[in-house]
Write a protein that binds this ligand. Structure first.
Ligand SMILES: Nc1ncnc2c1ncn2[C@@H]1O[C@H](COP(=O)(O)OP(=O)(O)OP(=O)(O)O)[C@@H](O)[C@H]1O
Ligand SMILES: [Mg+2]
Length: 289
């Protein structure tokens, strides 16, 4: 399973290395949260490693987005567009929905295996263009399924509700996506508060906390870690493993092998909110009698 460097400083460690290739990630955030910045940063990082880039803007002005990138200091974008490494597609939600239904499969078939990063910023109008929830679900599911063949997808979603991810236009894409990142942006009180949280990430461990982030000129989104998340296996995890080996002697061999492998993969951070003794007792209890 290969992981792609996201280009968002500090995010890779929250996703255990990066975004899994050929998956679909949804980035949700209110106005000004940094969705377009995230999308641009992700695509620009791809340019550095030779990926192809497709930036689909819906009901948004593509000139405006390119200007934002240049203002951010990412002037190379003009060169990438000129030499065809990065393609912008500017469409209305209706045009794009028709494209998904009628032309996407043949587009995907003709693509021919090059690694690419695909961005849709924002996906929200596609949902709105389709009032029937069942059809929304079918359309988004089909879109993700097809695009995963072509590359690694990042879609942004506007957050219109109370900021708790329950808005009707966010729920369906959240289910369909492999990975969901919430850019929680609050303007209550005197200043602004920005927090990034990984809501889900299929097939991977991920951070379960909210992390402060900033948007810095020239840099883009940068997550501010107060301390580095421990990646290495350390004291607690090894102690639990040793204790497990001690207590597991009576287990069936296959179970012993499976659990031994599982516990070897755990880190100290996994035990942060667990009492190792109770944890082991629960395992033993499961196989007794
Ligand atoms: N060139 C820049 N220099 C410094 N900060 C910037 C720059 N460009 C953007 N930002 C910061 O990023 C914020 C908006 O980011 P962005 O446009 O990515 O948000 P968004 O979530 O896409 O918003 P919208 O919902 O309006 O599309 C700005 O409000 C600003 O704080
Ligand atoms: Mg935007």
């Amino acid at each position: 399973m290969k992981k792609t460097k996201s280009g968002i400083y500090g995010l890779n460690s929250l996703l255990d290395g990066g975004i899994i290739e050929n998956t679909a990630t949804v980035v949700i955030g209110a106005a000004g949260a940094g969705k377009t910045t995230f999308a641009l940063q992700y695509i620009m990082r791809g340019m550095e490693v030779g990926d192809d880039g497709v930036f689909i803007t819906l009901d948004e002005n593509q000139e405006q987005i390119i200007k934002e990138a240049v203002d951010m200091g990412w002037v190379d974008i003009l060169e990438y567009i000129k030499n065809g490494k990065l393609v912008f597609i500017d469409a209305s939600a209706e045009q794009f929905s028709n494209f998904i239904r009628k032309e996407l499969p043949s587009f995907v078939q003709q693509w021919g295996g090059t690694k690419s990063r695909i961005v849709i910023d924002p996906l929200t109008p596609v949902i709105w263009a389709q009032p029937d929830k069942y059809v929304q679900r079918e359309l988004i599911s089909f879109l993700f399924k097809e695009l995963r063949h072509v590359g690694t997808v990042v879609c942004t979603l506007e957050e219109h509700g109370a900021g708790d991810l329950t808005g009707p236009e966010t729920v369906i894409p959240m289910y369909m996506a492999d990975c969901v990142v919430h850019l929680k942006y609050s303007t209550k009180g005197e200043g602004v508060e920005r927090k990034l949280k990984v809501v889900k990430c299929r097939r991977s461990r991920h951070s379960e906390r909210a992390h402060d982030y900033k948007i810095l000129p020239g840099v883009g989104i940068s997550i501010h870690h107060k301390k580095r998340e421990s990646t290495g296996k350390t004291e607690v995890a090894e102690k639990v493993l040793a204790e497990f080996r001690e207590r597991m002697k009576d287990l069936p061999k296959s179970t012993r092998i499976r659990l031994n492998k599982a516990l070897t993969g755990l880190k100290d951070s996994d035990y942060e909110t667990i009492d190792p003794n109770i944890f082991l007792s629960d395992i033993v209890e499961e196989y007794q009698g």
